[in-house]
Design a protein around this ligand. Structure first.
Ligand SMILES: NC(=O)c1ccc[n+]([C@@H]2O[C@H](COP(=O)([O-])OP(=O)(O)OC[C@H]3O[C@@H](n4cnc5c(N)ncnc54)[C@H](OP(=O)(O)O)[C@@H]3O)[C@@H](O)[C@H]2O)c1
Length: 381
């Protein structure tokens, strides 16, 4: 392959990040070659993506054998391990939701492949393990998530003289609502994010601010800083995606209109910054002002629970991920209210033990335990 052409294995190609990754691939066909695609239930969309990008491999966890044969043609069905370690793959993009990407990420890093990580759950669950595997195999984890991606951009060309990271949060769909308004929130209303268009799980995690707790954990591992060097500030305009303060007090911010295509493109084409007419430009005069507020912990109980348990080393962060996944799923299917989300997560975590984990399977078991515990708590309510 041309050495400017990057072979990409894209896990979760049918989701919000996955389809936007393909938008970038479509825009830069001379730079990005899609080698593998994976999906879960959106088989029709996956079929059309395979027809368009003609990848070498695909994986679809929910496909019947007959459909797999129908789809095959030039493109072979294969395991995650085979697709992420293939010789034509230079970069693995993890855009699945939940813990599905953990094992493929480990396979990719062990094979020396760089990983563009959108799937924050895997680094929240097993951050220490992933960073060690990446360093042992001389490969990199490129953050796709807009906030850590912004920090990564601010750190470009800098040495290690960082004093603080400021992670911004829009405040989510329920910012400024009274308690009685929040009591009546339906899943449909909660899914309407004020500034970002994302998949359902992360949209609810943004409304509860669990997503922000996950990003603090993600930033701690990716940038090797201490917990007390990370601050979260509410910034309703979602224009500044994060800021880095250096030892001399100087602060760098990464600013751009809220659109995941920019951080995705930066991770895919790194270190190149390439013009893309699809990306809107920041206009300071039209915007007028940028606002910031501190986080009101009473408004966002998930944020406190997320930080308390996510900051532990051991299985607690994985239990947190599993518990949060089940709580969000239960809210979206109408089993619990928005208000119940932090309560059931906290109850599950209080019933858990933080244990040492030596293998990826132990993290996955802990996440499963968190899911089951929340289910049990909800069933007994
Ligand atoms: N969306 C954003 O703007 C954004 C920003 C930053 C970080 N992230 C992170 O990126 C990840 C993806 O988020 P998203 O918003 O793109 O989610 P999404 O729209 O819900 O898409 C999820 C993707 O994962 C696949 N998937 C779901 N369950 C699976 C399973 N059991 N096995 C294999 N594949 C499965 C889905 O396949 P099917 O559609 O075929 O079922 C889909 O391709 C999350 O970890 C999220 O936190 C997202």
């Amino acid at each position: 392959m041309d050495d400017r052409l990057i072979g990409v294995a894209l896990l979760g190609s049918t989701g919000s990040i996955g389809t936007q990754t393909l938008d970038i691939a479509r825009r830069f066909p001379d730079r990005i070659k899609i080698v593998a695609l994976s999906a879960h239930k959106s088989t029709e969309l996956l079929k059309s993506q395979i027809e368009e990008f003609n990848p070498k491999f695909f994986n679809c966890s929910s496909l019947s054998e007959q459909l797999k044969n129908e789809l095959t043609g030039q493109t072979k069905h294969c395991s995650y391990e085979d697709m992420v370690t293939d010789k034509d793959v230079d970069l693995v993009v993890t855009a699945t939701v939940g813990d599905v990407a953990l094992i493929p990420t480990i396979h990719a890093l062990k094979a020396g492949k760089n990983v563009a990580l959108a799937n924050k759950e895997s680094i929240v669950m097993a951050g220490e393990m992933l960073m060690k595997i990446a360093s042992d195999n001389n490969c990199m984890i490129f953050p796709v998530d807009s906030e850590p991606n912004a920090i990564w951009q601010c750190l470009r060309g800098e040495d290690k003289s960082v004093s603080r990271l400021f992670i911004t949060a829009s405040g989510g769909a329920m910012r400024g609502m009274t308690d009685s308004e929040k009591m009546k929130i339906t899943p449909e209303r909660a899914l309407k994010h004020p500034t970002w268009t994302m998949g359902p799980k992360i949209t609810i995690d943004s409304a509860t601010l669990m997503n922000k707790a996950f990003e603090v954990i993600e930033a701690k591992w990716l940038f090797a800083v201490d917990w007390d060097q990370i601050e979260v500030v509410i910034h309703p305009e979602s224009m500044i995606h994060s800021m880095v303060e250096f030892n001399d007090g100087s602060v760098k911010a990464q600013i751009s209109p809220p659109d995941m295509k920019l951080p995705i493109q930066y991770a895919l084409l790194y270190p190149d910054r390439v013009f893309n007419e699809d990306l809107a430009r920041f206009n300071p005069v039209r915007l007028g002002s940028l606002n910031f507020e501190s986080v009101d912990f009473n408004q966002y109980p998930c944020f406190s629970v997320g930080l308390e348990y996510g900051s532990k080393v051991g299985t607690s962060p994985a239990v947190l991920c599993g518990a949060d996944e089940m709580a969000v799923e239960s809210f979206l299917n109408g089993t619990i209210s928005f208000y119940d989300i932090p309560t059931v997560i906290k109850e599950a975590l209080q019933a858990s033990n933080n244990e040492d984990a030596k293998t990826p399977q132990e993290y996955l078991n802990a996440a499963n335990w968190g899911r089951s515990k929340v289910k049990e708590i909800i069933n007994h309510k």
